[in-house]
Each structure stands twice: as structure tokens, then as C-alpha cells.
Design a protein around this ligand. Structure first.
Ligand SMILES: *[C@@H]1O[C@H](CO)[C@@H](O)[C@H](O)[C@H]1NC(C)=O
Length: 350
């Protein structure tokens, strides 16, 4: 401020003496000082907002679809609020068959990107290949993902991605991030806390109220840009069973680095209690479509597409969130015998 005042005075003095050359120099000086100051201020602001702003683009573009079933409106609206609260680190994209449906409008009002489903099967379910191609071409972000429309996340999702993005080997290898999900009954949650969808509360409730599901129930997956060669995969649709396990198997097969982020990403899968609000009650015809296509290529053990088969994991250390490698430790034959003996001994003493 002081500098600006001094310059203004100088400018006035110059103009009074009709020294135009000096006046122009003074104006240029002012411009340079203003630009420099604003740069310093923005850098400071960036630092205050942490890595996000410094890196300048969303960590993740995350796509989903919602069911048109009116009974699902409440569940999906929690997703709309939660993902919207994770912006701008996360860019939520809804693929909708009807751009004027109440959920599409709600999402739009909350800052979501809404895309029309262009490439779908007879039940209107989008092909995963086309969906990924579209988001990779249209949006800039460090990672791209798909999640079911009934998943809530803590901000630990984008924090994890920003952290691992910086790790150098991420740049030399393609990655697929998955996690074991945690389920809650959303009706109970709503009764207890009408804003349980808030990312900080999801983080808390995932630990205190969530029930872990089996390692083969994968409800979201995230890849490095062009991490999976979508063009070479069969035409699988999302929203029907098995496509997620198949993608993990493909990742293992193609030596894409599979990362289990369960340790650092808080997630919450909303159910309506029992089997309601799951694949088995969405009355979608032809649920076995993906399985049928995959089986054309030969027998497939879907259990392989499990979080348990990941090569890497993320964990929190005093230095922050880090990418670690699962040990591939084989028990030496001698030890194996020792263990078997130990087991037999234990059995015999019982
Ligand atoms: C789209 O949704 C709106 C609002 O619910 C409805 O009036 C309209 O009929 C729907 N259009 C189609 C093609 O289903």
C-alpha cells in the first residue's frame, strides 16, 4: 500500500513537470509491483489450501449412474451431497439416460457434471469402455474412476490420491486402486444424523458403524489415465454383476499395479437393510449379461478379482499417506513342515 501511494505521488509530480517519459516508467513500475504482489499472495493462498491448489487440477474424475427407481431417490441424493462436498478435489460426473430427471437436476444444482448416456445396452446401462473414454477425453484430472451410486467417501479419498500421485514410481507404471467396502443401513444413519453424508462424518461413521463386506465386493475402482486399455476389453456394462471383478483380473493379467486403498480411504456403502437396495432388488433384466460375455472367453474364477490379490497397499505413516508393497513371502518348505507339525501338536493337545 505504502509503495503504491509513493508511486502515485511520484506520478503526479512527473505529470506536473510534464515529464512523460518518467510517468510511463512509473506506471510500468506500478504494474510490475502489482503483478509480483498478487503472485506472492496467490502462492501463499495455495500453500494454505495444501497440495490441491498447488497441483492445480482435481485428483479424481469419478463417474457414476443412478437408478430411476423412485425408492432409490433418497439413497442417491446422499451421494449427490457427499460427492459435491468433495469438490473441487473430486469432479463428480453423473451419466444419466434422462437429463431432466429429478436426480440429474439435483446433481447439476450441486455442481456435478451431467452427461447423457450415449452408448448403452437394452436396459439402458452404459458400457464401461465408452464411459471411461468419454471422461478421459473431456476432463483433466490425475485419476479416473467409476463408483456405484450408493457410495459415500471421506476426503481421505482425494488425500490418498494426491499423496500417491507424487510418488515417483506412479509415473512409470499404471495403477488400479480398489478397496474393500464398508456397509451401513442408510435409514438408521438418517435417523441418527440427517447429515451423515458429510465427508468428515463419513470418515468417523465408517470406522464406528460400518460393517466390512467380503473382499470380492468391489464398488469402486480408480485408474491412472489410460491405465486400462478399454478398447481391448469386451463390451461390459456397469450396474450389472461381475464387471468389477473382471476388471481387477484384467489388471492383474496386464501387470497394472493393483493398489488396495482400504487402509486410507474411508468409504461407506449405503444399504436399506438386508438385501434391499442391492443388485438383487433393482429388478434389472439380464443381470448375467457381463458374466455371459466374459465366459465366452473361457472359464474365469471371479474370486481372483479380489482386494486380497492386490500388489500394493496404501497406509498412513508419520510422513503421511504412503504407497507400500505387499510382501510376496513364500514360506520355505522346511518352515512349512514346522508349521504343519505345530498345527498337529495344537490339535493333539485340544
Ligand atoms: C425425464 O424425466 C422427467 C422428469 O421426471 C419426465 O417428466 C420425463 O417424462 C422423462 N423423460 C423420459 C424420456 O423418460
Amino acid at each position: 500500500m505504502l509503495v503504491a501511494c509513493a508511486l502515485r505521488e511520484l506520478l503526479r509530480a512527473c505529470l506536473r513537470r510534464k515529464n512523460h517519459g518518467l510517468a510511463v516508467t512509473a506506471i510500468l513500475l506500478v504494474i510490475i509491483i502489482v503483478v509480483l504482489t498478487s503472485q506472492i499472495l496467490t502462492t501463499k493462498r495455495l500453500h494454505r489450501h495444501g497440495r490441491l491448489a498447488l497441483e492445480g487440477q482435481p485428483a479424481l474424475t469419478l463417474a457414476t449412474t443412478f437408478s430411476d427407481n423412485p425408492q432409490r431417490f433418497q439413497v442417491h441424493s446422499q451421494t449427490v451431497y457427499n460427492w459435491a462436498a468433495l469438490r473441487p478435489q473430486l469432479r463428480p460426473v453423473l451419466f444419466a439416460g434422462n437429463l431432466s430427471s429429478s436426480l440429474a437436476l439435483l446433481a447439476k444444482r450441486h455442481g456435478w457434471e451431467v452427461q447423457f448416456i450415449q452408448d448403452a445396452d437394452q436396459q439402458g446401462m452404459p458400457y464401461i469402455n465408452s464411459l471411461f473414454k468419454l471422461i478421459q477425453e473431456q476432463y483433466d484430472s490425475h485419476f479416473y474412476g467409476y463408483s456405484n451410486g450408493d457410495m459415500l467417501f471421506g476426503s481421505s479419498l482425494t488425500e490418498t490420491l494426491y499423496s500417491v500421485q507424487r510418488e515417483t514410481h506412479v509415473k512409470h507404471e499404471h495403477f488400479l486402486f480398489i478397496a474393500q467396502r464398508t456397509s451401513v443401513n442408510y435409514k438408521d444413519m438418517l435417523k441418527m444424523d440427517s447429515q451423515f453424508w458429510r465427508p468428515d462424518r463419513v470418515q468417523e461413521y465408517a470406522c464406528t458403524m460400518g460393517r466390512p463386506d467380503p473382499p470380492t465386493t468391489i464398488d469402486f475402482f480408480i485408474t491412472t489415465p489410460y491405465g486400462i486399455p478399454w478398447d481391448t476389453l469386451p463390451q461390459l456394462v456397469i450396474g450389472k454383476t461381475c464387471f468389477d471383478n473382471y476388471i481387477i483380473m484384467i489388471a492383474l493379467y496386464l501387470f497394472v499395479g493393483t493398489v488396495d486403498v482400504t487402509g486410507t480411504v474411508h468409504n461407506m456403502h449405503m444399504t436399506g437393510g438386508g438385501k434391499s437396495m442391492t443388485h438383487s432388488d433393482n429388478h434389472l433384466l439380464d443381470q448375467g449379461a457381463n458374466q455371459r460375455i466374459i465366459n465366452q472367453f473361457g472359464h474365469v474364477s471371479f474370486e481372483l478379482g479380489s482386494v486380497a490379490n492386490c500388489k500394493y497397499l496404501t497406509r498412513k505413516t508419520e510422513r503421511g499417506i504412503e504407497l507400500g508393497k505387499f510382501l510376496d513371502w513364500k514360506i520355505p518348505p522346511g518352515f512349512q513342515r514346522l508349521q504343519v507339525n505345530a498345527k498337529e501338536m495344537m490339535v493333539s493337545t485340544v
